[in-house]
Design a protein around this ligand. Structure first.
Ligand SMILES: [Zn+2]
Length: 291
């Protein structure tokens, strides 16, 4: 996903908004949570969804996503370089596609929402005969066009209404979505009967978050507005109408130099591009539209 920095350097009060729980609609945050001034990440007392409130207003956030600087050269958290992660992302995606195929989740038509540079679409070449993507960044969409049949600049609304897909994948996207329930309902409408939605995002229920506390690298403010666990991600898919929801393994590979960077260190020379598989970083679920 594109990344903001201009919009977030010093958001004025007019750009901040209080949020309700995006899963159950309650305004009942539990005491505590994590504070990253001026933002706060809180847990809903009713349904256990974690979400950012106050948060940056959606309009300010979307303006930042359209900037090409989101993917490269960012200082601070986020993508110092998305391109530099190509090898590890491709390893992650190949493993994921094998796991999906192993569950019978493949077919003719694939859509990836938030496709970034298109590495997943490229790796999916042998699994799907037609591969389409969307992204809000013109620079990213241009790169992804090398790897896909069609790449739309923008969101779901850019895709012709009659288009249907067998798999719609959103990888590290749902945590950016301000209204995830209507978003997933729209994905559901775009599925062929028996088709699948696949969602993967940082695992708020994994062991890294309590271990690292506020230093957990997936606390990316303001762009991450919801934080899912396996139960809340499952409920999101069920609420949209999925009749079957499966949790999938998601093995994230990272280069040693990126891990070192997150820890504020430098990787020793010669092994910086070594790929390590880190468990517990990402939660992933697939939900099926009734056949
Ligand atoms: Zn709730």
């Amino acid at each position: 996903m594109p990344r903001p920095h201009h919009a977030v350097d010093s958001p004025g009060n007019a750009q901040l908004e209080a949020a309700e729980c995006a899963l159950c609609g309650a305004n009942d945050p539990a005491p505590g949570g994590y504070t990253f001034p001026p933002y706060r990440v809180v847990r809903c007392n009713r349904c256990d969804l974690w979400y950012t409130s106050p948060r940056l207003a959606e309009e300010a956030m979307l303006a930042a996503y359209a900037e090409d600087s989101y993917f490269e050269g960012a200082e601070g958290p986020g993508y110092s370089s998305y391109r530099a992660q190509e090898a590890t992302l491709r390893t992650t995606f190949r493993k994921l596609l094998r796991d999906l195929a192993g569950r019978g989740i493949e077919g003719d038509r694939l859509l990836e929402v938030g496709c970034a540079y298109g590495f997943f679409l490229d790796e999916a070449r042998s699994h799907f005969s037609y591969r389409a993507g969307t992204d809000y960044s013109a620079g990213a969409a241009a790169k992804a066009r090398d790897f896909a049949d069609t790449v739309y600049l923008g969101g779901l609304d850019e895709i012709p209404k009659a288009e249907r897909f067998d798999l719609i994948a959103c990888i590290h996207v749902i945590e950016h979505i301000y209204h995830p329930r209507p978003f997933v309902e729209q994905l559901f409408e775009r599925l062929n009967p028996g088709g699948w939605i696949f969602l993967a995002c940082p695992d708020m229920g994994g062991f890294w978050r309590p271990l690292m506390g506020k230093r957990w690298p997936f606390f990316k403010l303001p762009e991450h507005v919801t934080y899912f666990t396996r139960p809340t991600l499952t409920r999101l898919l069920e609420t949209a109408g999925c009749d079957r929801v499966e949790a999938l393994p998601y093995a994230s590979y990272f280069s040693l130099d990126l891990i070192a960077e997150k820890l504020g260190r430098r990787a020793p020379g010669g092994v910086a591009d070594r790929q390590l598989r880190l468990p517990g970083t990402t939660v992933a679920c697939a939900g099926r539209k009734p056949a």
